[in-house]
Design a protein around this ligand. Sequence first.
Ligand code: NAD
Length: 485
Amino acid sequence: MNVIDSQPYELLIGQRWTAGSQGHTFDTLNPATGQVLAQVHEASEADVDAAVRAAHEAYEKYWRKTTPAERGRLLRRLAALFERDREKIAWIETLNVGKPITHSLDSLKAMPSSLEYFAGIIPAVRGETIPVGDNDVLNFTLREPLGVCALITPWNYPMTLTVNKLGPALAAGNTVILKPSEVTPLSAMALARLFEEAGFPPGVVNVVNGQGATVGERLVTHSLVSRVSFTGGTVTGARIQASTASDVKRVTLELGGKSPLIVFADAPLDKAVAVAAGDIIKNSGQVCIACTRLLVQESVRDEFLGQLQQRLDTVRVGSPSDAATEMGPLVSAAQKKRVEKYIQLAGDEGATPAVHGNLLLDNATQPGFFVRPTLLLNSHNRMQSAQDEIFGPVQSVIGFRDEADALRIANDSRYGLAAVLFTHDGGRALRMARGLQSGSVAINTGVRTSFDAPFGGYKQSGIGKERGLEAIYENTQLKNVKYDM
Ligand code: NAD
C-alpha cells in the first residue's frame, strides 16, 4: 500500500493547504531503516499566527453558535471516514513510528468509537438550576466552550493521542490547532485530510508542523489561544505551564511516568508475567503508562523472573511491516542513544542488565533504531535508572518484603501516572489502590486506557484529566447567571 506522499506535506491553515510563508521543510524518518520517509513544511511565526486567527474567526463566526447535535453529526461523519481509512492510517503509523503493523491496527480500532462517544455525550452536557432563598431570582449555570485550543502531541501514539484530544475539544464547541510531534507528524496529516470531506467548516481544525521550541512555543503563548492540551515530557510540560502562566491560560498536562507493577506472593504469576512482558514489548516500551519498575515480593522473585525471562527470550524484534514481528525499533537515533545510556548507567549503579529477545534483522547491515528488551536485575528504587523515565524496553527489577514496603517503594517516585498490582487478597488490593499515589490503578490486569474513562497523572505526571466526561469539563468553562425576575 503506497501511503506516503512524495511531495512535502503542507500545513492546514483555515481552508488552505499551504507550504507556509518561509517554504522550509524538515525530514521525517522511518525508524526501522533510518531513511527519510517524507518531508514536511515547517510553520513560521506568521503561519502560526494565521492558523490561530483562522481558528479564532471560525470560533466567533460559526462554531460556537452550532448546536451540540450539529457538532455531534460532524464528529460521527469523521468517525466513519476514519474507519474507512483506518488500515491506511495504521500503515502510516507503522512507517513513521516503527510500531508493528498488528499493533498499529489494534491501537486505532477504538478511534471511531472515541469520536462517536464525544458526539454522543455532548448533547447531554448541560448547566443546572440552583435553588435560592428568593423565589424571584432564577439562579442557573451555563457550560460554555473556551475558544481556541492548542493540542500538542508527542511521537509515541500520534494518532490516538490526537483523536482523544480532538473529539472532546470539538464536541465542546472549541476550534483547534494541532501541533504534532516533529518526529512523527504524518498521522495527524492523514487525519487532517478528512475534515473537509466530513463537512467541518474551514478554520475549525488547523495543523501547524515544526519544532516544539519555536512553533510549539509560539502557539501556546499566542494571546488568542485560551487552552493548551499538552501530552509529552515533564520538562516540556513544566515549561509550557511557565510560558502560559502570565496569560493565565487553561492548561492540561499529560506527562511522563515510571509506573510500578507490584507482584505479591499470592499473585496469579502467569498473568503478572504477561502484563510485565507486554509493557516493554508494546511500542518497544515507549508508552507513558508502561510499568518500568517491577516490584516483586522476595519469596516469589525467582519464580516470577524465571517465567518473565523465558517469555522475553521469545520476543521477535524485527521489521514493523512484518505481521509476525512483536517489537519494532525505537522511534529515533536519539531515543536509542538515550535508552542505551540508561542501560549503561544502571550497570554503573550496580544493577545487572540482562538482554533478551531475538533480533530478526542483521544489525550490522540495517541502520534502524533497534534495542532488545532489557531487564535491570538487582536494582533498588533509589537508583537513577529506577527513578528517571527511560522510555524504552527496559524494566528495573526491585524486591520488597511486605505490603507496607511495596507501597512505600511504589510511591517513592516523582511520577504518579499508573500502577498495577497482582494479588488474590481483596482487602490488600483495595488498601493498595487507596494508598497508591497514581492517577490510574489496575488490579490483576494491565492499565488499559480508554476514551470513556478519565485519564491523567498525579504528582509530576500531570495536571487535569483527559478522556471520559472529565474531558468535556476540561474543554469548557462554567458561568453562573442570576436573574431577578
Ligand atoms: P516532548 O515533551 O519532547 O514533546 C512533546 C510535544 O511538545 C512535541 O510536539 C514537541 O514539539 C512539543 N514541544 C516541545 N517543546 C515545546 C514548547 N516549549 N512549547 C510547546 N510545545 C513544545 O515529548 P516527546 O519526547 O515527544 O514524548 C515523550 C514523552 O511523552 C514521554 O515523557 C512520555 O511519558 C510522554 N507521554 C505522556 C503521555 C500521557 O498521557 N501522560 C502519553 C504519551 C507520552
